[in-house]
Design a protein around this ligand. Structure first.
Ligand code: UGA
Length: 337
């Protein structure tokens, strides 16, 4: 099998590339702007990497789509602060650039595995988000945070329509707060410059206080990247066509914790297990901050986000295996050791 991964140097792309090389005999064709996260893959004979920008290297992409069996377009902006600061870039990259790739997958009859997002459910009041029944609830246009959710949602709808009316073979997967080594650069000191876990680790490493947006009572189901990649491998294998034209939530419903609890857990883990940083962690204060002050006027939050994972379980035989404690330790070992 030939697998095309656009954005192979990203958080998901790099973990997926490593897993494919270690666990399968598939060939990977890959593009990214940078290569710092895939150094272990670059010399591998089954890893064919080209450095480049997916919005510019269009001939290469078209040619590779024709050559490959499965296409994973993973390039996207995925940090909430950027949805508010640069919404047009989110639209241009996450929607427009990926639409071109989806259309070519339809043209050449290739299986596209597209990263949708937990964010499509937005402020849905359901206690468990169901791929087939939950409403997708976003805020007014002046809340620009939703441009990411709605760009992804529209592309989900376009892919679904290509599947139904033009024979496109697709799988949409929705990561629920995947985390692990290489998530974001913890040395990026801009508030909101990275996702919450890496933001908090960076705060602790720099001895800064941790900002709890609106008090930190909002909850997320944190999902270890190894579990996420296990689901992706099952989707790519597509045993008995089990992933064809399906949508899967890929999240860990049993690790549903508040953002405040995440901050407290990190401080306690670092204090107990990482002596070089224990003093710094002990001195960190948790400070409540208003969301508009932290992110700007265009921000709105999600208070509860729990995936129903029955479909992934029944169709793919997948269940999340890694506890938050094990996953956080692996992540902290990566950033702190
Ligand atoms: C994330 C991002 O949009 C994407 O990474 C992704 O598509 C999706 O959700 C996902 O991974 O499931 P969100 O969970 O809101 O959205 O993003 P984070 O930046 O990780 O923030 C989580 C929560 O922590 C938010 O409520 C945020 O307000 C809060 N937060 C963040 C703080 O309290 N303090 C901070 O310093 C940073």
């Amino acid at each position: 099998m030939n697998v095309l991964i656009l954005g192979a140097n990203g958080f998901i792309g790099s973990h997926l590339s490593e897993a494919i090389l270690a666990q399968t005999d598939w060939q990977i064709h890959a593009m990214d702007l940078a290569q710092d996260k895939i150094e272990t893959c670059l010399q591998h004979p089954r890893f064919h990497f080209v450095s480049g920008d997916i919005t510019k290297q269009k001939d290469w992409i078209r040619e590779r789509i024709q050559h490959c069996d499965v296409i994973l377009p993973l390039v996207a902006v995925a940090t909430p602060a950027l949805y508010v600061q640069d919404p047009l870039r989110v639209f241009e990259l996450d929607f427009e650039a990926n639409l071109e790739i989806v259309r070519q997958c339809a043209e050449y009859k290739k299986h596209v595995i597209f990263p949708s997002t937990s964010e499509v459910y937005g402020m849905c009041p359901d206690t468990e988000f169901d791929e087939e029944n939950s409403n997708l609830v976003t805020g007014p246009i002046n809340k620009e945070r939703w441009i990411y959710s709605t760009s992804k949602q529209l592309l989900d709808r376009v892919i679904y329509a290509y599947g139904k009316h033009k024979g496109l073979s697709y799988t949409l997967f929705r990561p629920f707060n995947w985390y692990g080594p290489r998530l974001d650069n913890v040395f990026n000191p801009k508030p909101g410059g990275s996702r919450v876990l890496t933001q908090f680790i960076g705060n602790i490493l720099r001895g800064e206080n941790i900002n709890l947006v609106n008090g930190g009572s909002q909850q997320r189901c944190f999902t270890y990247v190894g579990d996420g990649v296990d689901a992706l491998l099952r989707i790519i294998k597509n045993k008995n066509d089990s992933a064809r034209n399906k949508i899967f939530n890929i999240g860990n419903p049993s690790e549903n914790i508040s953002i405040r609890k995440l901050a407290e857990t990190l401080i306690s883990l670092i204090t107990q297990s990482y002596p070089n940083y224990a003093e710094r962690a002990k001195s960190v204060q948790l400070v409540d901050i208003d969301a508009q002050q932290y992110y700007g006027e265009g921000y709105q939050d999600v208070s509860l986000r729990v995936p129903l994972v029955r479909h992934a379980n029944e169709q793919l035989g997948w269940t999340p295996q890694v506890s938050m404690e094990t996953g956080l330790r692996a992540t902290l070992d990566f950033y702190l050791n």
